[in-house]
Design a protein around this ligand. Structure first.
Ligand code: CYT
Length: 472
């Protein structure tokens, strides 16, 4: 066996092994750019428009957007810190709570989610790319042209992700500053030339209807958006040395997410008050045609910048379920799956409803998984997980194959989340939420049931392991 010291630093970028101190060269600022780059994408302005499309006033939409993301992103920072503390990916860390094979469950869900995001992020920009191409004189083509655009974007993002970490980092370094300038110009045009209705009343919802719509939107765009990133956090922060201040790492990661999500969400929501049927980017191009080419570049850049993270984390998830395929093969596999899924989405009529269904569906598993992980790492283990034991082979792991306290808490937590969910599709409307008159408390119910139950069950396990206690 070769010793860890003999392994070249770059190999750690792609393996599940803990990143040794000498190979950790990321900084708090890098982490800021990774998360900001992932969120400077049109999907975030579509997200803001979702509130308006579901009937909320502009004020209520902004309220939900800010409150939800303060909550979601402040917890996101805690998941970032897990990676710095251990040097381990998010799904390998899940073995500590769920067991060596028990962690297959969240890792498989994470694999499917990240591949699915690739499709959703690509699909969301298609209409806009068509409109911008139209502005530039490329007309017609319809669905066939859309499919060509899907294949081009998918090819680019999978190509970059498959080439590896260096390609990802240089791509973000060169493109993100330019997209920021375009975005600033877009925002200036949007807020001065398009006639935003700042007092937009929405569907004049009142009383329970208003609370119902607000809580549904809260689950999707307020909390849902941020928490779906929890499952990725440590995959990137494991490269940050322990010498970097935790406070600095926490705030740079949290703000890297929060600033673009809320900025773009507010841009999308305010533009949706001008026209709910037109994509915000198209509105801006209509008001200020000279921006067509830079906006087109921004729009195509969006899914690429986000999806290179999705493809990379998907390949780590595949390794975590002991699937012995190369990272490159996984990247191409994700590309093929995501291209097919995107083409399927092209035939979906309703943007807002499809997006809500996707986000609300993800909340049902991410919330209970995150609650178990947070309790496990910060309360039960007090940040000291046995890192070596995470790498024991299945069947003879010191952790055990299945840790039932975590698995049961997770499953019941998922059930509780669904029970109190009031998503747009009927399948995501649980009996608890219906009994409350359409109020969606899904994420709260999931946190309380999964987190609370795990706290109790893991305590019982600790008691069972140590029958004679010297201290009380
Ligand atoms: N909210 C998101 C989480 C993970 N991946 C994405 O593309 N988006």
């Amino acid at each position: 066996m070769t010793s860890t010291h003999a392994t070249p630093a770059s190999d750690h970028a792609h393996s599940l092994e803990p990143v040794p101190p000498g190979a950790r060269s990321s900084t708090a600022l890098h982490q800021f750019w990774i998360w900001a780059g992932a969120n400077i994408a049109p999907i975030n302005w579509v997200l803001g428009a979702l509130g308006i499309k579901l009937g909320l006033s502009l004020t209520d939409t902004l309220l939900v957007l800010v409150a939800g993301n303060v909550l979601g992103m402040s917890v996101f920072g805690l998941f970032v810190l897990m990676g710095q503390k251990t040097g381990v990916t998010q799904m390998v860390l899940a073995r500590s709570a769920f067991g060596r094979r028990g962690a297959y469950l969240p890792a498989a869900l994470q694999g499917v989610m990240s591949a699915g995001w690739c499709a959703v992020n690509t699909w969301i920009v298609l209409d806009l790319v068509m409109a911008l191409l139209g502005q530039l004189g490329v007309h017609g083509g319809g669905t066939a042209l859309k499919i060509v655009v899907v294949l081009v974007i998918m090819g680019l993002q999978v190509g970059i992700a498959a080439s590896g970490f260096k390609a990802i980092a240089s791509f973000e370094k060169w493109t993100v500053p330019i997209t920021l300038v375009v975005l600033a110009a877009m925002t200036a045009v949007a807020w001065t030339k398009t006639g935003v209705h700042w007092d937009f009343p929405g569907a004049h919802l009142g009383g329970k209807d208003r609370i119902s719509a607000m809580t549904t939107v809260m689950t999707a765009i307020g909390v849902g958006w941020g928490i779906t990133w929890f499952a990725y956090a440590s995959d990137y922060s494991r490269f940050v040395p322990q010498s970097v201040s935790r406070r600095k790492l926490y705030w740079s990661s949290v703000l890297g997410q929060f600033v673009p999500v809320v900025w773009l969400g507010a841009l999308g929501a305010s533009l949706a008050t001008v026209s709910q049927s037109t994509d915000p980017g198209k509105l801006i191009v209509d008001s200020f045609g000279a921006l067509a080419i830079p906006v087109l570049l921004l729009v195509v850049h969006g899914p690429i910048a986000t999806n290179i993270l999705n493809v990379y984390s998907c390949s780590l998830a595949a390794q975590t379920v002991d699937w012995n395929v190369s990272r490159r093969a996984v990247s191409y596999g994700v590309g093929i799956f995501a291209a097919a899924f995107t083409i399927l989405l092209v035939f979906q009529e309703d943007f807002a409803h499809t997006l809500d269904a996707w986000l609300a569906g993800l909340v049902t598993w991410v919330v209970p998984w995150a609650a178990v992980m947070a309790v496990h790492f910060y309360v039960v283990k007090r940040q000291n997980v046995d890192i070596e034991a995470l790498y024991d082979p299945p069947g003879s792991s010191r952790l055990g194959d299945f840790r039932w306290d975590a698995v049961v808490s997770f499953l019941l937590g998922a059930l509780a989340t669904w029970t109190f969910q009031y998503g747009v599709p009927v399948a995501l409307q649980g009996p608890g939420a219906k009994a409350l008159g359409g109020i969606d408390l899904s994420w709260l119910a999931g946190v309380i049931v999964a987190g609370g139950l795990y706290l109790v069950l893991s305590r019982r396990r600790a008691d069972a392991l140590v029958p004679v206690r010297s201290t009380s």
